[in-house]
Design a protein around this ligand. Structure first.
Ligand code: PLP
Length: 391
């Protein structure tokens, strides 16, 4: 079999064997509907409760009933934004977010604007950090929610979540964070960080696709966005619970939490080695994102003078999977909204590639990737009509 190296873990990850083992009985043995009152139904409830408890422990929520399962990060983000805005409309109709959020947050905010809400999209600095004075300046009497992501999915920058949550609470505003890229990569403690709502997704941490959760601190007012199953998820999220996926999600979070330190060490060592080799073998590139305050799992690099899309396609032919922007926009050729907000010129933004690492990547894999990159970049620069002779 030809060699395949997967460096697109921020897009999705493989399901680990331990997670798969946890899920399998839920398909054909423990297959009850959690809403049923018989023993198979009760077994399903017990499986869901175990997963809820594991997630509660990993993020240090006060109570397991603050975790609500959803169909993934997108639904959790949509629900947090729309649900809080609608439930608190008597207090105000102003929301604050940032320009570099995932579209699951941005498009939910755009929907609110269509409904007559006002949304402030905060700019970020050149490293992708929200500027706290700008946040303070944006707060109004009728602001009900601030939503800022914990870790950016394209460049890996980690926001100052605790400080942002404190500002929100100083003004009596609720705080939501999209932590889809943070769980497993960055320590999250919802009590210590004073987070009111937090979105998660299983498939970024070796769990299955199509399942996630929203942490909602007890007491936070949030309207549902799904209707029809008032006994499910305590009346807040209707829909028959996806028991196998919830079981897998709980296990994946437990494993990620247990291995947090060792995994981060491995990822850092691979990421640093990759960067070292890149600097040794290639020229005329820049790394996008914060120089230090970023996850070890993501490295966003612009190779001057050529298109990220072309690099991605040629690397694919060599068996290497990378992406050019977030998974949801990687089929569009528009420059990334994240890099644009960070002030990266369009031409450089379009030459960017996101490498996102997994703990299964070895130094020999990295050597192969850099060797292939060297060839691909040289080839593309040689045939680029604009760049010929420039590099
Ligand atoms: C930061 C961020 N938020 C939300 C999502 C959406 O999560 P899901 O794929 O589970 O819907 C993603 C997925 O790429 C993401 O990276």
């Amino acid at each position: 079999m030809e060699r395949r190296i997967y460096l697109d873990n921020a897009s999705t990850t493989y399901v680990s064997n331990e997670v798969l083992t946890e899920m399998l009985p839920c398909f054909n043995t423990l297959y009850g509907n959690a809403g049923a009152l018989h023993s198979l139904g009760r077994d399903a409830v017990a499986i869901i409760d175990r997963a809820r408890d594991r997630i509660k422990t990993a993020i240090n929520a006060k109570k397991a009933n603050e975790i609500y399962f959803t169909s993934g990060g997108t639904e959790a983000d949509n629900w947090a934004i729309l649900g809080v805005a609608h439930a608190n409309v008597n207090k105000g109709k102003h929301i604050i977010t940032s320009q570099i959020e995932h579209h699951a947050v941005l498009h939910a905010c755009q929907q609110l604007e269509k409904e007559g809400f006002e949304v402030t999209y905060l700019p970020v600095d050149e490293n992708g950090l929200v500027k706290l004075p700008e946040l303070l300046h944006a707060i109004k009497k009728d602001t009900t929610l601030i939503s800022i992501m914990s870790v950016n999915n394209e460049v890996g920058t980690i926001q100052n979540i605790k400080a942002i949550a404190k500002i929100a609470h100083d003004y009596g505003i609720l705080f939501h964070t999209d932590a889809v890229q943070a769980i497993g990569n960055v320590k999250i403690d919802v009590q210590d960080m004073e987070i009111d709502l937090l979105s998660m997704s299983a498939h970024k941490l070796h769990g299955p696709k199509g399942v996630g959760a929203l942490y909602v601190k007890n007491g936070v007012r949030i309207d549902p966005i799904t209707y029809g199953g008032e006994s499910q998820e305590r009346g807040k999220r209707s829909g028959t619970e996806n028991v196998p996926s919830i079981a897998g999600f709980g296990k994946a979070v437990e494993i990620a939490n247990r291995n947090y330190i060792i995994n981060n060490k491995k990822l850092k060592s691979v990421r640093d080695y990759f960067l070292e080799k890149l600097s040794e073998k290639l020229e005329h590139f820049q790394v996008n994102g914060h120089p230090h305050q970023k996850t070890n799992a993501i490295l966003n690099v612009s190779f001057y003078g050529i298109e990220g899309e072309s690099i991605m396609m040629l690397l694919d032919l060599a068996g290497i999977c990378v992406s050019t922007a977030s998974a949801c926009t990687s089929k569009s050729l528009l420059p990334s909204h994240v890099l644009k907000a960070m002030g990266v010129p369009d031409e450089i933004a379009q030459s960017s590639v996101r490498f996102s690492f997994g703990t299964n990547i070895s130094k020999s894999d990295v050597d192969y990737v850099v060797e292939q990159l060297q060839k691909v970049v040289a080839k593309l620069r040689a045939i680029s009509p604009v760049q010929a002779g420039r590099f």
